[in-house]
Design a protein around this ligand. Structure first.
Ligand code: MN
Length: 231
């Protein structure tokens, strides 16, 4: 096979504690999956989970213990942070039942679903797709993936984000409206999941804007941390 130009590199995320990397295929994201965040976005009550996607090359991979950099994106004056638990799919499937879903997860990471909130808001108002608000370059900072067996009780872990040392978001994964198993059941009813897929599971309340120079520090107990500066 000869390509007309060199194919892009495989996007991958290092696996903590190993020399290996997890090759990424797709990034799925769950919208409004914590009650208090749904409320702050103007919604109440449990709605069926809904999904959007980011391109795999929107990841900004940040090694353990180092500080990554995320360029402030074009076209926005309201860049929001959304700290999220990310599930890394190790075994694919269609129509996976919730009871079997956890066996499809290879591991977990700390991720940020960065959002051009002004552009997303405009898209919502106009009934347009969300890509311009959600799927932009460098919109998905992520820390290393930790294998599931090493993550402890992921169903009830503290999740938090500090900006410049002050806590902005703080919750627990037990407050997910749709838990990991239910997310995978719903997602795999609409898409065939494959190894290498990442699922951003939604953000708790406290989303707010960052500006150039801000340092974001996310952490999820048992999973790890993610430190990144907006430049
Ligand atoms: Mn989100």
């Amino acid at each position: 096979m000869s390509y007309v130009f060199p194919p892009p590199a495989v996007v991958s995320v290092p696996v903590a504690g190993t020399g290996q990397s997890f090759p990424v295929r797709r990034i799925y994201c769950v919208g409004r999956n914590y009650v208090e965040h749904a409320k702050e976005m103007g919604f109440t009550g449990r709605e069926p989970p809904f999904f959007f996607m980011k391109p795999a090359d929107a990841l900004v991979v940040v090694a353990e213990g180092s500080t990554g950099e995320m360029p402030y994106p074009a076209g926005t004056s309201d860049l929001h942070h959304e700290i999220e638990l990310v599930a890394a799919i190790g075994k694919g499937g269609r129509n996976i039942q919730a009871a079997d879903a956890m066996g499809h997860i290879y591991g977990y990471a700390v991720g940020l679903d960065m959002t051009r909130r002004d552009l997303q808001g405009e898209a919502k108002k106009q009934g347009r797709p969300w890509e311009i608000g959600k799927g932009f370059d460098a919109s998905a900072p992520i820390g290393p993936i930790r294998p599931a067996a090493a993550c402890g009780n992921i169903a009830d872990a503290a999740i938090a984000l500090d900006v410049n040392g002050a806590t902005r978001q703080s919750s627990r994964t037990s407050k997910l409206i749709w838990n990991l198993a239910e997310i995978i059941e719903h997602l795999s009813a609409f898409w065939a999941l494959e190894p290498g897929d990442l699922v951003f599971t939604g953000t708790p309340e406290g989303v707010a804007a960052v500006v150039r120079g801000d340092l974001m520090e996310g952490r999820i107990d048992g999973v790890g941390g993610l430190k990144i500066r907006v430049t």
